[in-house]
Design a protein around this ligand. Structure first.
Ligand code: 5GP
Length: 112
């Protein structure tokens, strides 16, 4: 089981920003910006490809939690970067789906 599933199951503690019926939102242990939040879905998926098995409603609700998080952080107006690392070439290190929200500074482009 991945570390994020253990956090969802409350088997290990997490630095939680909020939790609702769709996601567990936690602070990244190694933040890459002043705000770095991980949105871990309660609906199981090892990576983004697996959301093919979700309903459109589940997928849409997951994406909408980004906006909820941005508002909670107070960065919805200033802006933020949304990242999903998918698979080996995408740089995914934990094989359980999560979105990164990075905020609090101006982001660079192109990404590394
Ligand atoms: P990925 O590289 O899979 O897209 O992102 C994994 C993220 O999980 C990384 O940003 C990493 O810092 C974070 N991470 C790994 N282990 C832990 C942990 O135990 N707690 C928290 N809060 N974040 C973690």
């Amino acid at each position: 089981m991945t570390i994020f599933e253990k956090m969802l199951n409350k088997e290990i503690p997490a630095n939680i920003l909020f939790e609702d019926e769709n996601v567990l939102a936690i602070h990244d242990i190694d933040p890459q910006a002043p705000e770095h939040i991980l949105l871990i879905p309660k609906e199981t998926a090892a990576g983004l490809n697996d959301i093919e098995n979700w309903s459109d409603e589940q997928a849409g609700r997951y994406l909408k939690t980004v906006v909820k998080t941005a508002k909670l952080l107070g960065v919805d107006k200033s802006g933020y970067r949304l990242v999903i690392n998918s698979g080996r070439h995408g740089g995914q290190t934990v094989p359980y789906l999560h979105m990164h929200i990075l905020a609090g500074r101006r982001m660079n482009w192109p990404p590394g």
